[in-house]
Design a protein around this ligand. Structure first.
Ligand SMILES: Nc1ncnc2c1ncn2[C@@H]1O[C@H](COP(=O)(O)OP(=O)(O)OP(=O)(O)O)[C@@H](O)[C@H]1O
Length: 564
């Protein structure tokens, strides 16, 4: 536009005297200054508006994606494509990539399109013949653009897949850094990570060369060859003035620069499309166990009866392996039931089904005789408290970690201290300089296994559940810690239904019922005395433990396959 105004001014200069030239120069200077001011204001406001829109978009996408992730059923998180590093990358990277084309770049494309229209108008006004002759090249440019676009779309997808795969390797190594260091396998992981990206770079070189060819030649050939050759011909035919060639050339160079600028956003646009597809796939997929949508029955009271009725179950991530095969267990209100069996027979799976982390393929779990699929998921989970094999603590204070047990209100410090005392952990917490305000580190890394378990028990107690689920809570502790945890567990069990998974027979002798499992079915059940008198699975198991000094020492419960 400025070039066009400048050209018009030069034309006026040729026909006037010196005083009038000054007048013309002043007039055009004012026009150019005003135009520059206007362009400045427009650019400034579009930049600001699109930047704000972009930031809002990113924040909204992140919030929505995170909220939907938390609502997904547990089976979804088991799938390899939904590993932690992949999901965190969705949150951190994908939303930012989408913003790249939704924010300022969109503003720049809008400016580019409007400059393109103005430039073409100027060129057509100067010489429509010369302009059209130049435009003959446009379809080729568009075709090349499409071909290139297809390439970079594939490249964008590969780029993101590679980043995800690389992220998996990195996050596995970093999150297990103690094991990696202890095994001295740092170099192995480094090599795995680097070789992965090297092979990707080799493949991408070809696409980079194609991109270079496209960008290099698409903008120069049409203007310089046609504008000057055909322009000279038109001048020789007296169809246009010599300066018209420059007007058309300048305007078309402007136009091609804007096309160039717009197409240079293409890689970002394609990456954004891939990222947006990932995000929409995640948003569109409905959770199979969705809070508020699966069942809405919320009984006023829970008695604490649990029934696992003829259950068949396979994990969604391993659909070929049947884990439970027609398993039936009935637990009366207030009963303390122990699940025992060889490693991998499905004990923890039963607990996951009671928590409704997964749905069964056949049969159902009932609480107080009601199929949990017709109950509100949050109501079901509010009746339960789980102390799992590896208790998970959050990277916050001890107070907060215990208070997480009851998210319906903010518990008082006295209530937290009370449950901590019952869980045998108060004295330890009180001995810390910051007491209940001590931060426990990521995953509770600043505490021992026994301390973590007792804090998890305190959290479970604060929940005041009708049904307690203990999954091998004492399996990894020394004798002293185990004693403290065991006492805490016994106190926690009073007046509640308890499902306990243990590896130490001594802790389950007093259980109301011992359920012996093997390969996904119940093979025997009864009290300790009844099962011992029967001299079958449980009896052999006890014998085995008594006879095997190593397992006795470690307290491990062994059931061997030869029993069948
Ligand atoms: N999330 C999962 N995805 C796929 N398979 C799983 C998953 N969790 C457990 N399994 C498999 O299900 C089977 C039963 O596992 P489960 O943890 O219930 O056994 P367990 O009796 O509690 O064993 P252990 O006493 O060693 O803890 C095992 O073969 C295990 O590999």
């Amino acid at each position: 536009m400025f070039a066009f105004v400048y050209g018009a001014m030069m034309q006026n200069f040729a026909v006037v005297n010196q005083d009038e030239q000054m007048l013309v120069a002043r007039r055009f200077s004012i026009i150019i200054f005003s135009a520059a001011l206007l362009v400045g204001v427009i650019k400034c406001s579009t930049h600001w508006m699109f930047a704000v829109v972009g930031e809002n978009l990113t924040v909204r996408l992140r919030k929505t994606v995170f909220s939907r992730m938390l609502q997904k059923e547990i089976g979804w998180f088991d799938l390899p494509e939904n590993k932690v590093c992949v999901l965190t990358s969705r949150l951190a990277v994908d939303a930012t990539i989408v913003k790249r084309v939704g924010g300022n770049q969109l503003g720049l494309v809008a400016i580019a399109v409007s400059s393109l229209i103005v430039s073409l108008g100027v060129a057509l006004a100067a010489s429509w013949k010369l302009t059209i002759a130049n435009l003959v090249f446009i379809p080729f440019l568009i075709a090349a653009g499409f071909a290139y676009g297809k390439d970079i779309k594939g490249s964008a997808q590969r780029n993101m897949d590679t980043a995800e795969q690389g992220g998996k390797i990195a996050s596995e190594a970093i999150s297990n850094i103690r094991t990696v260091a202890a095994l001295t396998v740092e170099a192995k992981f480094e090599k795995k990570f680097c070789s992965f990206f090297e092979s990707f770079v080799r493949k991408e070189r070809l696409y980079a060369a194609k991109a270079g060819l496209f960008f290099g030649f698409s903008q120069t050939i049409p203007q310089f060859v046609v504008a000057f050759y055909y322009g000279a011909h038109l001048v020789s035919q007296d169809e246009i003035e010599f300066q018209d060639i420059f007007k058309v050339a300048l305007a078309l160079i402007m136009a091609s620069m804007t096309i160039g600028r717009a197409t240079s956003f293409a890689p970002d646009a394609y990456q954004a499309k891939v990222a947006a597809n990932h995000i929409f796939d995640l948003l569109d997929r409905k959770s199979r166990i969705q809070i508020g949508l699966c069942g809405d029955e919320c009984p006023l009271e829970c008695r604490g009866e649990v029934t696992l009725d003829d259950i068949e179950f396979t994990y969604p991530s391993r659909p070929d392996a049947i884990i439970l095969r027609g398993l039936t267990v009935t637990i009366k209100p207030g009963q303390r039931v122990a699940l025992v069996g060889q490693s991998g027979c499905g004990k923890s799976t039963c607990v996951s089904l009671v928590e409704r982390f997964y749905d069964t393929s056949r049969g159902c779990v009932r609480i107080d005789g009601i199929d949990i699929r017709s109950l509100d998921v949050q109501w079901v989970r509010a009746q339960l408290a789980l102390v799992s094999q590896e208790p998970v603590l959050f990277n916050t204070t001890i107070y907060d970690n215990i208070a997480y047990g009851d998210n319906t209100r903010t518990p008082t410090m006295d209530e937290v201290i009370d449950v901590a005392k019952k869980a045998n952990i108060h004295n330890f917490i009180a001995s810390l300089p910051l007491g209940y305000d001590t931060t426990v580190g990521e995953g509770g890394s600043q505490l021992s296994g026994g301390q973590k378990q007792r804090i998890a028990i305190a959290r479970a107690l604060l929940r005041n559940p009708r049904i307690l689920l203990f999954d091998e809570a004492t399996s990894a502790l020394d004798t002293e810690s185990e004693k403290l945890v065991q006492e805490a567990l016994e106190r926690a069990q009073e007046g509640r239904t308890c499902i306990v998974i243990v590896h130490r027979l001594s802790t389950i002798r007093s259980a109301d019922k011992i359920v012996v499992m093997q390969e996904g079915v119940v093979v025997e059940e009864g009290t300790h005395d009844e099962l011992m008198a029967r001299e079958s699975f449980y009896h052999r198991l006890v014998q085995k433990q008594v006879l095997a000094p190593s397992s006795e020492t470690s307290g491990e419960l062994c059931i061997v396959n030869e029993e069948h």
